[in-house]
Design a protein around this ligand. Structure first.
Ligand code: ATP
Length: 431
């Protein structure tokens, strides 16, 4: 009989063949009960003493992989049960892969202290067997699907950009140097320069999904050294407003896909998302007595408080902050015509955490070069980049998004590491 998923077996009933992890094995009055898990769900197996199946499953270690055939039937309703439960009366069983008797981490119980957490990540594949951890990646898949749907519907072109760079030019700090044959290369901190090259190449609307690297020695709950970046860049914009409006649509599409395809209760955020200038946000925080660490940036505390204030005032989980000062932004952000000390940039915050940085970029060669010089950049190492703007380049802008941070906030996870398959941070380079 062909193997089917546990979910399908419950729907179909009758004779089935299912496979999965043997979890929670009990013996009661000579009858063996096993909770069998696969990606689609859990079902109880029942093997009668003396049966052939019982003999196969006797002495089975927890987390072994088994395949069984039998008859699915509804279980008598239990007091307090919210849905009909099913069980399989097992007629035949096969052990596909026996697990070691000693599990390094428990699969069923939740870890609750930091040591447990480290151990969980050491044995991440066991940790991921928990249905609620598997759900994180189902959510990620749907979020990305909705996001890509938007890109596709709106005529975006996908580009893949290199991770090896010849210079560490975007910011200098926080960059990983790697041995590249007989010279040094650097791992890309973002696809920024290449997205802009795509604008100079006439691709007009592009997106990129790929790994980015930050040599940040930070031990926070929201920084990884390698993470997946979602990036987009669009031509012929009037201002950063056009970029913000695009981003709103992507978020709406992404959350809708999670809600519709997974049946999760995710409310669609109202349009437009609240918008505040940085000066307004800073004034609001100061008035509420929130301590600032820097005039041109937000501390984690400020981000969190701002998120709570906006939620209280507007009911919104998202807020755009605009008009960042030149000091807080990279040289390629366009400056405002009305106040050249400020940039045409924004950050988007979700439930008190920065999830996106975006801006209109400076596309005028001379102005761009001057801004790079003003920031003390090494112009020679920027030559390739600056050349993108020498032979005609439309006005453009875009944004860089951290999907793991969105997932973290969407599912209220305590740390970005929980939102990714295998985290990479200052200390963790394995498995
Ligand atoms: P932060 O101020 O929080 O360090 P950043 O200003 O360095 O972030 P950007 O360079 O603007 O971030 O990157 C774009 C997006 O990528 C961020 O809004 C965030 O969602 C995500 N991101 C940035 N750094 C990290 C990181 N170290 N780990 C995970 N995601 C990150």
């Amino acid at each position: 009989m062909a193997k089917i998923s546990i979910k399908t077996a419950k729907e179909r009933q009758g004779e089935v063949s299912v496979a999965g992890w043997a979890r929670n094995i009990r013996l009661h009055k000579g009858v063996m009960f096993i909770d069998l898990y696969d990606l689609s769900g859990m079902m109880q197996l029942v093997a009668e003493a003396g049966s052939e199946a019982y003999q196969v499953l006797e002495n089975l270690s927890l987390e072994s992989v088994i395949e069984v055939s039998g008859t699915v039937k509804p279980k008598p309703a239990r007091t307090g049960a919210t849905e009909q439960e099913f069980e399989v009366a097992v007629s035949a069983a096969r052990v596909l892969s026996a697990a070691d008797a000693e599990l390094p981490i428990p699969v069923l119980t939740k870890a609750d202290n930091e040591a447990d957490v480290e151990n969980r990540f050491n044995w991440r594949w066991l940790d991921l067997r928990q249905p609620e951890h598997q759900k994180i990646f189902k959510v990620w898949t749907q979020l990305e699907k909705g996001w890509r749907q938007y890109w596709d519907d709106a005529g975006y072109i996908q580009i893949y950009t290199p991770s090896f760079m010849s210079t560490a030019s975007e910011s200098g700090a926080e960059v990983f140097a790697v041995k590249y044959f007989d010279r040094e290369a650097y791992l890309a901190q973002s696809p920024q320069f290449y997205k802009q090259m795509a604008m100079a190449a006439g691709l007009e609307k592009v997106f990129a999904v790929g790994p980015v690297y930050r040599a940040e020695k930070s031990f926070t709950n929201r920084h990884a050294t390698e993470f997946t970046g979602w990036d987009f860049e669009i031509s012929y914009i009037e201002s950063e407003d056009d970029v913000m409006r695009e981003l709103e649509q992507m978020i709406i599409k992404g959350l809708a896909a999670v809600s519709i395809n997974l049946g999760m209760n995710v409310a669609a955020p109202a349009l437009p998302f609240p918008r505040l200038t940085m000066a307004e946000a800073k004034a609001k925080l100061a008035a509420a007595g929130v301590k600032a660490e820097a005039a041109d940036d937000f501390s984690a505390e400020e981000e969190k408080e701002l998120g709570q204030m906006i939620k209280k005032e507007t009911g919104h989980d998202f807020v755009f902050v605009t008009h960042y000062p030149v000091s807080a932004r990279p040289f390629y952000h366009m400056r405002r015509e009305d106040d050249p000390t400020l940039t045409k940039s924004f950050d988007l915050f979700y439930k008190g955490l920065e999830i996106t940085t975006g801006a209109q970029r400076e596309h005028r060669y001379d102005v761009l070069k001057k801004q790079a010089e003003d920031k003390g950049m090494d112009i020679a190492s920027l030559e390739d980049y600056l050349n993108f703007f020498k032979f005609g380049c439309p006005p453009h802008g875009g944004a860089g998004i951290g999907p793991a941070r969105i997932i973290m906030k969407l599912l209220d996870l305590p740390n970005i590491r929980e939102a990714v398959f295998l985290p990479r941070d200052v200390k963790r380079l394995r498995p």
